[in-house]
Design a protein around this ligand. Structure first.
Ligand SMILES: C[S@@+](CC[C@H](N)C(=O)[O-])C[C@H]1O[C@@H](n2cnc3c(N)ncnc32)[C@H](O)[C@@H]1O
Length: 267
């Protein structure tokens, strides 16, 4: 099959959103995404389990934010292709008046944005096709959010696409600095901290050879993103260990999950 390229819509190049969709068992992906997903899964066989554990973390974190933390506004950057329990669905089930701005830089997410815009009548959702690397531009486009009231900033499984820790830290600070006290930062990020030396070497080799674009962070590096914030219990842990649902069928260990997750409050 030939790759289809319509302007920026390139199906011949693997894209994180579509590869993640493949790992989650979705159908919104192309051959290049499936091949890339299989290559990465050879280096790190638990990739599919990790993708599901990460998605479940996102749902539990939004449940906490809309529930216990009482947030009614969310900025979800690195949205991904719509699947079950998108941020607005979880938040608006708890608080129908929740407002959500989604941001992603993959044009294919834009194609599916209709599914992200099915807000309750009381709330509102927006979708912006923008890049996390331009945080000021994102902040200037948040017309449906009131930045004098707390916001739940979601950076779930997106920061590891930025190779530079310095750039990533600066972006997260710019976003957090723009939000008022009571806002929360929710982040997850791939790590090789829990892996055996062999699996870690595989991962490093995939990055060196350009077959992977997922840049893991150590616990210390992940924790740096939360400087000045107060961790919500249990702090920075494998996503599967963050307030696990006791009734969940699947609860992978840290080695399989291999993604750090945390929620923290801005004092
Ligand atoms: C692995 S998916 C995560 C989806 C969702 N947050 C979740 O955790 O279920 C990563 C998403 O981040 C998006 N992304 C990657 N780099 C980005 C960037 N620089 N700016 C905006 N979005 C980006 C990808 O297009 C993809 O949709």
């Amino acid at each position: 099959m030939h790759a289809v390229t319509l302007d920026r819509f390139d199906t011949g190049t693997p894209h994180p959103a579509r590869r993640y969709n493949y790992w989650l068992g979705g159908k919104d992906n192309f051959a290049a995404d499936r091949e890339s997903g299989d290559v990465l899964a050879r280096a790190y066989p638990a990739a599919r389990i990790a993708a599901r554990a990460n998605r479940a973390f996102l749902g539990r974190a939004v449940g906490y934010l809309a529930g216990d933390a009482g947030l009614r506004q969310f900025l979800d950057i690195g949205t991904g292709l719509p699947t079950a329990d998108n941020t607005h669905e979880v938040a608006q089930r708890i608080a129908p008046d929740s407002r959500i701005v989604y941001v992603d830089n993959d044009p294919m997410v834009m194609v599916h944005a209709r599914a992200l815009l099915t807000s309750t009548a009381e709330g509102e959702t927006r979708y912006l096709e923008q890049d996390l690397r331009q945080p000021k531009s994102i902040l200037e486009s948040l017309d449906i959010l009131d930045l004098s009231r707390p916001v739940g900033l979601m950076l779930v499984a997106v920061i590891h696409f930025l190779p530079s820790q310095e750039e990533a830290r600066s972006i997260v600070s710019t976003l957090v600095d723009a939000l008022p006290s009571g806002s929360h930062l929710t982040m997850s990020c791939a790590t090789t901290d829990f892996l055996t030396p062999d699996l870690r070497a595989n991962w490093d080799e995939s990055l060196r050879s350009g077959r992977s674009d997922v840049h893991p962070r150590t616990r210390a590096e992940f924790s740096e993103f939360f400087t000045g914030l107060e961790f919500v219990s249990p702090g920075a842990v494998a996503v599967s260990e963050w307030r696990p649902d006791p009734g969940a069928e699947e609860r992978p260990g840290p080695v399989e999950a291999s993604i750090f997750g945390a929620v923290a409050r801005k004092p």
